[in-house]
Write a protein that binds this ligand. Sequence first.
Ligand SMILES: C[S@@+](CC[C@H](N)C(=O)[O-])C[C@H]1O[C@@H](n2cnc3c(N)ncnc32)[C@H](O)[C@@H]1O
Length: 231
Amino acid sequence: MQSGLAHRPWYGSMGFAMSTESENPFRPEYFRREDESPDVLFYREPRLVVHIDDRAIEAVGEYFSTSLPSEGIILDLMSSWRSHLPADFERERLIGLGLNGVELAENPQLDDRVLADINTVRGLPFRDNSLHAVVITVSIQYVTHPVEIFREVHRVLEDRGSFHIIYSNRMFPTKATAIWRSLDDYEHAQLINAYFAVSGGWEQPRVLDISPQPKGASDPVYVVSARKVAE
Ligand SMILES: C[S@@+](CC[C@H](N)C(=O)[O-])C[C@H]1O[C@@H](n2cnc3c(N)ncnc32)[C@H](O)[C@@H]1O
């Protein structure tokens, strides 16, 4: 299910369209947040709630069922107590990395659980080329060093491994970056495309609007994804 968003060009009006990965248009102030206290404090209490409505969750599950590799090792980055994979989805392993141990322990789909703060710890704790796919679901707005994280995801993915960023329009505003808060849904796709472009080494990203129809009857859901270029 593709809508108009999938066919619109990603670069344009925001002043950070770029043609090569060497140009980094992001200034540190773009990633400031109202609440600059350590993320572990904000996420100390487990939130065993869902962050998008049921129909939006169903759309994410359908997307995963057709877009993630079966039998692969998948990393759910910024994971919580639900990963939204279809119940019968075949995979070798699903690894969850998040900030709250109770949330991860309550996630029945995870095979491995990693506690880490990706905004402070530089580097993901996985070997080069060791994963088949990585997802970030409704959490990219909290990432304060996205270019570094995209480079790390690129490092840990196998050649042609895929990275899927799923987003909606809800957030904890005090923890979302200034740039995310200043942009709309369409511009968020452009922003994520720019993260891919600046971090480098990716095939052309694909932008999809997988929002349940009719639009507006549930939370919107968008995906920006790309594959690691094969060496
Ligand atoms: C809005 S929830 C989304 C959870 C889940 N991905 C989902 O689809 O429901 C944001 C999650 O991101 C995780 N998170 C937030 N900041 C993080 C950070 N700095 N490092 C690692 N995980 C983080 C939190 O543990 C929290 O569970």
